[in-house]
Design a binder for this molecule. Structure first.
Ligand code: SAM
Length: 259
């Protein structure tokens, strides 16, 4: 059976050059669910630097049915519609990797830009999407002014941040969102367990991911004054998926009602 690469699941990554054709996956490294010392931001950035070309070669540089289920793509399209209600408003794809989400939004007339901790990933993103701006930054230190973006998408980019370190991430997202801004977060769902992989993405490096608890994410967002508008947890559906997938839409503002 063909197994497709999962952009949020390093277990499914290979380091074969990509031609857009989904390919069979064979585990190139050890996978353990454990609780090791976690990788820091810098560690994740270094791994993604080394793996940037391999990641793009396997996952591609655009959102596609090979890597996102129909529900996932529908949520991205819904988000584009929501942020599109403010024409010209800027939206940040944070932890953008090769810029797939930024590009998805841009073709739907959203003024999208990308941010990533990995210069290697940014180089790939700029090459693939020359019309989009990509800047270096961290989830906890975004190169964005206070209340300057109408939307933020974190598409499988919080997965390397330990659960007990997400508070500053939510605070930073709340800082940059406009008062009626919107947030979309995607991640593998669990109870906060760590998944450690050796030779991640075909590199020599190890990389730790976390399966965050949707309840804990909702709590963390609420603590920063972000109102959760929708939460979706779907079963693993694509052949490569080993965990439930969670998607949360939230918005800033003083009242929790829909806008
Ligand atoms: C699994 S990849 C997902 C990339 C992209 N969102 C996609 O769907 O293809 C995770 C990305 O998040 C970035 N990342 C991880 N931790 C980060 C952090 N603390 N700040 C900014 N980017 C981070 C990595 O460099 C990598 O590009």
């Amino acid at each position: 059976m063909a197994v497709f690469p999962d952009p949020g699941n390093p277990q499914t990554m290979t380091h074969l050059p990509g031609d857009g054709t989904p390919r069979a996956w064979h585990p190139p490294y050890d996978l353990r669910v454990t609780d090791p010392d976690h990788a820091s931001d810098a560690d994740a950035g270094a791994v993604y630097d080394a793996a940037a070309e391999a990641y793009a070669g396997t996952v591609g540089t655009d959102i596609s049915p090979a890597t996102e289920a129909a529900v996932d793509r529908a949520l991205l399209a819904a988000f584009a519609e929501i942020v599109g209600r403010c024409p010209g408003a800027r939206v940040a794809d944070v932890g953008c990797g090769p810029g797939r989400v930024a590009a998805f939004l841009a073709v739907r007339s959203v003024d999208a830009m990308g941010v990533d901790v990995s210069p290697g990933m940014l180089a790939v993103a700029r090459r693939a999407h020359p019309g989009i701006t990509f800047e270096e930054g961290r989830l906890t230190a975004l190169p964005l002014a206070d209340h300057s973006v109408a939307g933020v998408v974190c598409w499988y980019s919080i997965i390397h941040t330990p659960p007990d370190e997400l508070g500053p991430v939510w605070a930073e997202l709340a800082r940059v969102l406009t008062p009626d801004g919107h947030l979309l977060v995607a991640f593998q769902a669990g109870v906060g367990e760590a998944v450690h992989r050796t030779e991640a993405y075909g590199t020599k490096a190890g990389l730790t991911s976390y399966r965050h608890s949707p309840d804990a994410v909702v709590r963390g967002l609420s603590e920063q004054g972000l109102h959760v508008q929708a939460r979706t947890v779907r079963e693993p559906e694509l052949a490569h998926e080993t965990a439930k997938q969670a998607f949360i839409v939230a918005r800033s503002g003083s009242s929790p009602g829909l806008r």
